[in-house]
Design a protein around this ligand. Structure first.
Ligand code: KG4
Ligand code: ZN
Length: 340
């Protein structure tokens, strides 16, 4: 069994931590041969959020066809696969177990290494996958449904936590506000679309902790939106959506730029589902330009959950740590390994 990661090493990545069943083949840590994502959004939409038990069952149904599709579209024989990586956490335990068990079974059958991957570390690698010319140190703004954090990527495998949300994640705020405004699920894209038609300056929502370090807070903003709509029932949804979005993006962009300046980063990389947000993408790019910082905005497919990032992070982990023990389980609360 080989345990080295070379430019010729092909890793199969499997991602099942939440509501996307994904598989991908990546060569040499950054050449994406195939990437297949089967979203469960339609299945969960009628519940207004991800139902863990429903997610696990849907992963069970999709995981083998998704892996088969990834191998087929990569156009290589399965015998070319050198290792199988899967997300071991954080995420929903029942959902994680589907991907971990599948990856271990394939690794055993093929007699190849199994590599357990931290989902948050994989999100950091998504930006590098899109643009391998990026140089460390980098600041990654990771904004998803469950996380909002500013991480310094000092080097491969070496991360420093610069700031994080003290309450709701940015995506969670989007989802909650969209539900309150009856805009649909998932809330991020729904607010993003509504905001295109509204006035971002219509309502001056608070920019929480704007001048108070690199941590974030979004739960007060969500309450402000609810209070404003209650007091002004005639207000237009599109103006509320646009003004809410402007408040979220102002804080995210200001702190990402501040973080990059503080640590002397070569640039800022966006990651996580909220990185698909149109205003966040354009504002970060223009503020980066004004401040002389390189800004990497990966494709929306790389920002949201996918397995190419799992295979890429798995390739680096295989090279640095070797295979993961078959006895290692899934951990729903797995933290990003950081230095102080
Ligand atoms: O990273 P992700 O796919 O899943 C995890 O949370 O791990 O992120 C999903 C989050 C959801 O909260 C969704 O509403 C948000 O990303 N999102 C967006 C947009 N597209 C997805 N938020 C704002 N604007 C968008 N265009
Ligand atoms: Zn994610």
């Amino acid at each position: 069994m080989t345990a080295v990661a070379t430019s010729n090493t092909v890793i199969l990545g499997i991602e099942t931590s939440c509501d996307e069943t994904a598989a991908a083949l990546v060569l040499g840590g950054n050449d994406v041969l195939s990437s297949v994502v089967s979203s469960q959004i339609d299945i969960h939409a009628r519940f207004g959020g991800v139902v863990p038990e429903v997610a696990s069952r849907a992963h069970l149904e999709s995981v083998i066809p998704v892996v088969q599709e990834a191998v087929r579209t990569a156009g290589i024989d399965p015998s070319r696969i050198d290792g199988v990586a899967a997300t071991v956490g954080p995420g929903l335990i029942g959902a994680l177990l589907v991907g971990v068990s599948t990856a271990k079974a394939l690794a055993l059958v093929w007699d190849k290494p199994f590599i357990g991957v931290n989902h948050m570390e994989a999100h950091l690698y998504a930006g590098l996958l899109d643009d391998p010319t990026l140089q460390f140190p980098l600041v990654v703004l990771l904004v998803s449904g469950g996380h909002t954090m500013l991480v310094e990527m000092v080097d491969h495998g070496t991360y420093r936590m610069l700031g994080r949300t003290i309450d709701d994640a940015a995506g969670e705020a989007y989802d909650k506000v969209a539900r309150y405004l009856d805009l649909g699920y998932p809330g991020g894209p729904a607010i993003d679309a509504a905001a295109q038609k509204g006035n971002p300056e219509a309502i001056n929502f608070p920019r929480a902790m704007m001048h108070d370090g690199l941590n974030f807070s979004f739960s007060g903003l969500k309450t402000s939106v609810i209070n404003h709509v209650r007091k002004n029932p005639e207000v237009s949804n599109i103006d509320v959506a646009a003004s809410f979005q402007a408040a979220v993006v102002d804080v995210l962009v200001a702190k990402a730029i501040m973080a990059a300046q503080q640590v002397g980063a070569t640039g800022v990389v966006l990651g996580g589902g909220v990185a698909a947000n149109s205003r966040l993408r354009t504002q970060l790019q223009s503020q980066g330009e004004i401040n002389g910082l390189r800004v990497a905005v990966p494709s929306p497919e790389m920002c949201t959950d996918n397995a190419a990032m799992i295979a890429a992070a798995g390739w680096y982990r295989l090279g640095s740590d070797g295979p993961t023990a078959m006895s290692a389980g899934a951990n729903p609360n797995l933290a990003l390994p950081v230095i102080s």
